[in-house]
Design a protein around this ligand. Structure first.
Ligand code: ZN
Length: 138
């Protein structure tokens, strides 16, 4: 069995953002040489997510509004976690959007459904953070 581990680094200039990382994951897959197997992609930080959905601007705006309604950033004093920090909402947004995705690899390609794309969701940016890509198979 082949195994490949790679980290993708991000430094998002804003507090929140959604970034389509499908091309980077495909590049990792090419490097791995795996034709049949699985790829795990996970955020290595508790204030960021990896999720799969549509690369559609309106939807990303809707996510932003929905997440802000569920876990508003301000006032930061509403959260007990915010003692010396201000990112309690980012922890909650990460929980909702998820930590990782697993995608099947078939004939050397990501076996995604129609419109499925892999995203990095940043909820407390403006610093260097990373995503782990682990590929196993033959
Ligand atoms: Zn925190």
């Amino acid at each position: 069995m082949k195994s490949h581990r790679q980290e993708l680094w991000f430094e998002v200039p804003t507090r929140r953002a959604f970034i389509n990382i499908t091309p980077q994951v495909e590049a990792c897959l090419q490097t791995s040489g795996v034709k049949e197997g699985l790829v795990l992609v996970n955020a290595m930080h508790i204030t960021a997510s990896v999720f799969i959905n549509d690369d559609e601007k309106g939807l990303h705006h809707d996510y932003e509004v929905w997440l802000e309604r569920l876990a508003p950033h301000a006032p930061v004093s509403q959260y007990r976690h915010n003692v010396g920090e201000d990112n309690a909402d980012a922890h909650m947004k990460r929980q909702i959007m998820g930590r990782e995705v697993v995608v099947a690899i078939t004939e050397g390609k990501l076996d995604l459904g129609p419109w499925e794309q892999i995203f990095y969701g940043e909820f407390d940016g403006r610093r260097r953070k990373r995503v782990l890509v682990k590929i196993i198979g033959e």
